[in-house]
Design a protein around this ligand. Structure first.
Ligand code: HEC
Ligand code: HEC
Ligand code: HEC
Ligand code: HEC
Ligand code: HEC
Length: 211
């Protein structure tokens, strides 16, 4: 009997098996952590420290002035660097920190480079989301013969929401955020979408949300 004859190939095979399993686990972990579900994890650092507070609260710029497609189509869209230059041709910042961040914006523009913003919210590719339908419904006047509307907690809505209030349903109070993070305690997983659709009598066929 020469046991090593069989054991060594077995050990090699076992090693390869362990490596494959390990590899699969690593890939799964990476895809989980690089695309954390809503409400979990923190967003990665942005290429420019863009404070919503300074723009929305201090300077009263409307959400839809920058997120131009939010009342028109599927994606809200993030402004292109040209739109930043609309103001930052002239506005260069009141202190050193603001000036150095704004100088970066101007440099992107001069180089003809887009700013690679990190996405904070992202659904898997097989899911369809439409901003326009949600904004329209919650901000429009409620007529007596309209079906009743309910918020995300199932409470009846009696007055139309302001745009910022509508965004806050799913994104929290972004206007007061230095850095956008997913809304605390919010999970826009399928169950949350379905809960709100059900109370509002929106059809819940799979194909409404899945391509
Ligand atoms: C001056 C332009 C500007 C205004 C005004 C503005 N935003 Fe933004 N917004 C941006 C930019 C640039 C980003 C991308 C960088 C970041 O995430 O901070 C962004 C990111 C976001 C994101 C995260 C997008 C993602 O990746 O998931 C949300 C949500 C958002 N804004 C909501 C709002 C809301 C709500 C308002 C109004 C209360 C608003 N924004 C006003 C420019 C603006
Ligand atoms: C409608 C005008 C307007 C637009 C559009 C605009 N900004 Fe601003 N931004 C301002 C004003 C006003 C300030 C405050 C300047 C100050 O007081 O120093 C400011 C300040 C800043 C600051 C410095 C923040 C701080 O800490 O004070 C950064 C960075 C900045 N903006 C980036 C951007 C980027 C990136 C875009 C495009 C996505 C953009 N801005 C679009 C008006 C605008
Ligand atoms: C009913 C929930 C809901 C409401 C209300 C809502 N959003 Fe969103 N938002 C989402 C979801 C879900 C995503 C991710 C979409 C995806 O990955 O396809 C998203 C993504 C975004 C993004 C980044 C990607 C993009 O679409 O360009 C921005 C910016 C944004 N929202 C801004 C806003 C603003 C501004 C408002 C209010 C005017 C708003 N959202 C209202 C759910 C919502
Ligand atoms: C706060 C309640 C609420 C939440 C949360 C919500 N929805 Fe909706 N959604 C609605 C209502 C109400 C309508 C119907 C709007 C109308 O009548 O046009 C709708 C319509 C839609 C439509 C159809 C739009 C069209 O015109 O084709 C899609 C797709 C959709 N939602 C996807 C989603 C997804 C995906 C999520 C979760 C990420 C989500 N919704 C979360 C309330 C909600
Ligand atoms: C109102 C919108 C909506 C409807 C309707 C909907 N889904 Fe989803 N679904 C989502 C969203 C958003 C996600 C991604 C977030 C998540 O994983 O929960 C998702 C994810 C999934 C996933 C992947 C889950 C995972 O863990 O990765 C499956 C499978 C799925 N949906 C099946 C269905 C089936 C089957 C139906 C019909 C019975 C359906 N969905 C109807 C919004 C919806």
């Amino acid at each position: 009997m020469k046991p090593t004859g069989k054991i060594i190939p077995l050990m090699v095979a076992g090693g390869i098996f362990t490596i494959i399993i390990g590899f699969v686990l690593v890939v799964l972990m990476i895809s989980w952590f690089s695309n954390p579900p809503f409400g979990l994890g923190n967003a990665s650092a942005q290429p420019i420290a863009f404070p919503h507070t300074v723009h929305v609260v201090d300077n009263n710029i409307q959400c839809e002035f920058c997120h131009r497609n939010v009342t028109k189509g599927d994606a809200a869209t993030v402004p292109a660097v040209e739109q930043c230059l609309f103001c930052h041709k002239d506005i260069s910042g009141r202190d050193r920190d603001a000036q150095s961040e704004i100088a970066k914006v101007q440099q992107y523009y001069a180089d003809g480079e887009p700013i690679d913003w990190e996405r904070v919210h992202r659904l898997p590719d097989h899911v369809r989301f439409v901003h326009e339908a949600h904004i329209r419904l919650f901000t429009s006047q409620l007529n007596p013969d309209d079906a009743p509307r309910f918020d995300i907690n199932g409470k009846p809505i009696t007055q139309p929401y302001a745009i910022t209030e509508t965004c806050a349903i799913c994104h929290g109070d972004v206007g007061n955020m230095e850095e956008v993070q997913p809304k605390q305690g919010q999970s826009l997983k399928m169950g949350t979408c379905l809960d709100c659709h059900r109370v509002n009598n929106v059809p819940t066929d799979c194909t409404i949300c899945h391509k």
